[in-house]
Design a protein around this ligand. Structure first.
Ligand code: DGP
Length: 112
């Protein structure tokens, strides 16, 4: 499958690891939008938030359990933002489910 994040998971494309376990992998975004910009992805290829089902949703729970640990280790005591872009209108550029964790400065109030 021609998926950039699957290649990152395989190690054929290098990345800067922040966290990993048997279900998820977290790494630094190549184009950070804030002082801390981490991407968290499931090892299983799920195309987007639109592909989350009762059968595969456990990994999403795992991701949200890991987020506070990553936020703490990245020093985001003042708060942070979690985003997943979905589909064309959501401006999703990589078609493998991922959650952006952004922080390290006061983020703008703009969401759209
Ligand atoms: P989105 O637009 O929500 O699909 O976010 C995709 C993100 O992936 C974007 O913030 C940039 C990041 N990205 C794209 N290619 C690479 C890469 O090769 N390495 C890393 N670390 N991040 C990448």
């Amino acid at each position: 499958m021609d998926c950039l994040f699957c290649k990152i998971l395989e190690g054929t494309i290098p990345s800067t690891k922040v966290y990993e376990d048997e279900l998820v992998y977290a790494f630094r975004d190549i184009n950070p939008q804030a002082p801390v910009h981490v991407l968290i992805i499931p090892r299983e290829h799920i195309a987007s938030a639109d592909g989350i089902t009762p059968e595969n949703s456990a990994v999403v729970a795992r991701i949200f359990e890991i987020i506070p640990r990553i936020a703490a280790s990245e020093g985001l005591s003042g708060g942070y933002r979690v985003i997943t872009n979905c589909g064309e209108d959501g401006c999703q550029s990589v078609k493998h489910l991922h959650f952006h964790v952004l922080g390290g400065r006061r983020l703008t109030g703009q969401m759209g």
